[in-house]
Design a protein around this ligand. Structure first.
Ligand code: NAP
Length: 407
């Protein structure tokens, strides 16, 4: 048995992890350049492969038989070798996107749905949505409906992003301003890295229904694995694998007042979980080349906060980190999206009389009570969970680990 993923370039992919969970393993990456594609199909002895960008359309020509979904969507993302050596092409993105719409709990019948992008995935999305009875409009940079005349579609019910805009590493980009769509109910983004794109976070902020692409990725992989292994896999396994992946990839972010124990707890947590630990104050200090206290004294807090935001943006888009933030990171609203895109945010709460002020310029200058009064609503706003650090570091670490398992 030999499984894998064909595409070019292939950077970091979640597919090997997902297919290991479904039993379609070993699963290799086949980064094949366009000129070598013919040779790949002539010589490769795979049992089954997934196909990704840019080969989903051209790969059809190497298949001896195509499934209905592949014909309807006009591309394949799964190819299986049958017992006679013939290649059968399937499109499992089709059922993956059906799963995504179901997960979003929306009824698109007779509703206007905007599809951003006109590539391979957009074609599959359009096929599924049309079958569900939606009135679809493809927004393309070069089409009749484009980003300059979005006002034509102010009555849109849902938006589906089927472009790479917002994907890692350019995570803070979005193609549309959601304020233009007063009737909007849902936003679906095929992107799964980051876990929440800017578009998804903007939609969350407006209280809309949102779904990111991870469920689709796992659901399409499940159907592929069924073809690879020639056996059924239960639908419940999709959510299980999705949750496992979410837990493994999500950052654990610690916020709270200066001196509340974030760095010590973070280090300990990272050790227990076998993850990389990032202390943002240490990273900022490396960037500044001087102590933070001295920098604030000379350049002022505003200059410091800008550098802090740049560094939060750098680490916030990474995966599987434990991150201890500086106490004042919540004072800049933009830092919320940087941290939230891939993270679960824990507010470490500790009584004020237990907080040290040595070497903490703002705690000394403003006074702890005043500082806390100003920041408490901000910690509240940023945090997903509150953990009290009153007893021991070990008990805080244990509580966070327990919450991570139960999420
Ligand atoms: P693709 O074939 O490269 O097409 C993407 C389309 O996006 C292009 O045709 C283009 O449409 C538009 N686009 C590209 N760059 C853009 C830019 N800078 N600004 C505005 N529009 C831009 O890619 P794809 O295979 O369709 O995949 C699209 C996205 O879906 C990717 O992010 C991919 O990772 C994701 N995806 C996710 C899953 C999943 O399971 N979750 C499955 C498939 C794909 P116009 O030229 O018409 O504007």
């Amino acid at each position: 048995m030999r499984f894998g993923l064909l595409g070019y370039p292939l950077s970091h992919s979640y597919s090997p992890k997902i297919h290991k969970s479904f039993g379609s393993w070993p699963y290799e990456l086949f980064p094949v350049e366009r000129n070598d594609l013919e040779t790949f199909f002539q010589n490769a002895n795979f049992t089954g492969i997934n196909v990704t960008s840019p080969y989903k359309k051209i790969a059809m020509s190497y298949c001896h038989h195509l499934s209905d979904s592949a014909v309807k969507a006009g591309c394949v993302n799964t190819i299986v070798r049958d017992k006679n050596g013939k290649l059968i092409g399937y499109n499992t993105d089709y059922s993956g996107f059906q799963y995504m719409v179901k997960a979003c709990s929306i009824d698109v019948r007779n509703k206007k749905v905007l599809i951003l992008g006109s590539g391979g995935a957009a074609g599959t999305v359009q096929t599924v949505l049309k079958e569900l009875g939606a009135n679809t409009v493809v927004i393309s940079r070069s089409g009749e409906n484009n980003y300059q005349n979005l006002h034509r579609h102010h009555d849109a019910f849902a938006i589906v992003n089927a472009t790479p805009v917002g994907m890692f590493p350019n995570t803070m980009e979005s193609l549309v301003d959601l304020h233009q769509f007063p009737d909007l109910v849902a936003v679906l983004d095929l992107i799964y890295n980051p876990a929440r794109t800017k578009l998804i976070m903007d939609a969350e902020a407006r209280g809309l229904r949102t779904t990111s692409g991870l469920g689709m990725l796992v659901a399409q992989a499940k159907e592929s694995a069924q073809y690879f292994l020639q056996k059924p896999i239960s639908d419940e396994k999709i959510q299980e694998v999705q949750m496992q992946l979410e837990k493994q990839t999500q950052n654990i972010i610690l916020i709270g007042m200066p001196g509340c124990g974030k760095s010590t707890i973070g280090k300990c947590l990272a050790e227990c979980l076998g993850r990389r630990f990032i202390d943002l104050d240490t990273e900022i200090q490396k960037e500044l080349g001087v102590e933070i206290e001295a920098f604030i004294r000379n350049a002022g807090e505003t200059a410091f906060r800008q550098i802090e935001s740049d560094i939060i943006a750098r680490y916030g888009k990474m995966n599987s980190l434990v991150v201890a933030t500086g106490g004042g990171c919540v004072t800049k609203e933009e830092n919320y999206q940087y941290l939230h895109q891939n993270g679960c945010i824990y507010w470490i709460k500790r009584d004020l009389d237990m907080l040290p002020t040595d070497g903490r310029p703002l705690s000394q200058k403003i006074g702890l009570s005043k500082l806390y009064e100003a920041r408490e609503p901000l910690y509240e706003r940023f945090s997903d969970h509150i953990v009290h650090n009153m007893d021991s570091i070990q008990s805080v670490v244990a509580e966070i680990m327990e919450l991570e398992v139960s999420l």
